[in-house]
Design a protein around this ligand. Structure first.
Ligand code: FAD
Length: 305
């Protein structure tokens, strides 16, 4: 039987990645979650997202990069994205992954590469969010983020925390001392019980605790979830504490719960949609399948259509 952890295991298999990305059929199946292969397709998707009352965040898909030349190409891609945001006037910031910039080659390289993107974004008055990846790079990601945050402003660069990790509440408290803008999400990787809550109800409980800490801090944070229970908890807490709708933003992924995205935007909440694009879609796509097993059947049904 296909389980969440089986799909997450498959998301890391290089052979399958090669196989899947070579076939057009697979690519067609990804269009629900992935906005296209190049910047222009992503710009068009973001125009539609903006027209629905939501802001966006570009994500050029790539991770675990092992060649220095490829990390350089990633930096250039993001510099082009930032320029296109200014040229087109679309409402979007950018999300990056440090393993895309070489974190697993050399943390210093990832820092230098990320710094070039953050510097350009800061100059343009834009914002860079550093995604959080698997737990083997959590500390290294936080270390690079803290160095960047020491050099750039609160509104230039932000970070992500995952409520499935035991360490997250402590990380959130420490980051708020700086302070830092945080996106809280549940976490999308296959983590062992030594580092992460195995039970979903504990992940959800921790999510609510961290969300409350963030909202109470007075800093502008991102509440990233499609879970109506997490969204209701956020709205109720904000109302109870007299925290305004403009003091935080909800965030969701491209292609997931569009109805809820539009509803929240209509209700006057700030809603940001994370828009992934690019050729290296395989691990991201598999994590989305793992996020909801019904998606596997949705995809398989379309193979036979
Ligand atoms: C903007 C944004 C940025 C993110 N950044 C990161 C990051 O940097 N690092 C990281 O580890 N994770 C990241 N994630 C992923 C996150 O950790 C979760 O894996 C993902 O959001 C699913 O959790 P959930 O809060 O939606 O709740 P869940 O309990 O997983 O889902 C609640 C409900 O949401 C809907 N839903 C959720 N996922 C799917 C799906 N794949 N397809 C269809 N419906 C779905 C279903 O209706 C489901 O019942 C991000 C998520 C968002 C929204």
């Amino acid at each position: 039987m296909l389980t969440r952890s089986a799909l997450l295991y498959l998301s890391n298999q290089e052979g399958l990645k090669e196989f899947a990305t070579r076939f057009r059929l697979f690519k067609k199946l990804t269009t629900r979650f992935i906005a296209g292969e190049n910047i222009e397709e992503a710009v068009n998707a973001i125009r539609e997202v903006n027209a629905r009352g939501c802001s966006a965040s570009f994500d050029h898909l790539n991770e675990s990069v092992t060649s220095i030349a490829e990390t350089e190409a990633e930096v250039r891609e993001y510099l082009e994205v930032l320029a296109r945001i200014d040229e087109t006037g679309i409402d979007s910031n950018v999300s990056i992954k440090l393993t895309q910039f070489g974190l697993e080659i050399d943390p210093e390289l990832a820092y230098r590469n990320a710094r070039r993107v953050v510097e350009d974004a800061a100059r343009r008055g834009n914002f860079v969010r550093i995604d959080m990846e698997a737990s083997n790079v959590t500390q290294a990601t936080l270390d690079v983020f803290k160095r960047l945050r020491a050099e750039f402003g609160l509104n230039d660069v932000g970070i992500v925390l995952q409520s499935y990790l035991y360490r997250t509440m402590d990380d959130a408290r420490a980051l708020l001392q700086i302070p830092a803008r945080i996106r809280i999400c549940k976490g999308a990787y296959n983590e062992p019980p030594e580092v992460a809550y195995p039970d979903k109800k504990d992940v959800d409980h921790n999510y609510v605790r961290v969300m409350q800490l963030l909202l109470g801090s007075g800093v502008y944070h991102g509440i990233a979830t499609h879970d109506p229970k997490m969204i209701d908890a956020t709205i109720n807490f904000a109302q109870k504490e007299g925290i305004g709708k403009e003091a935080f933003e909800f965030q969701m992924l491209y292609g997931i719960r569009r109805d809820l995205q539009e509803q929240l935007a209509r209700d006057g909440y700030r809603m940001r949609v994370y828009v992934p694009y690019g050729k290296h879609w395989y691990p991201y796509f598999m994590r989305r399948l793992a996020g909801r097993l019904a998606n596997v059947w949705f995809v398989l049904k379309n193979v036979w259509k």
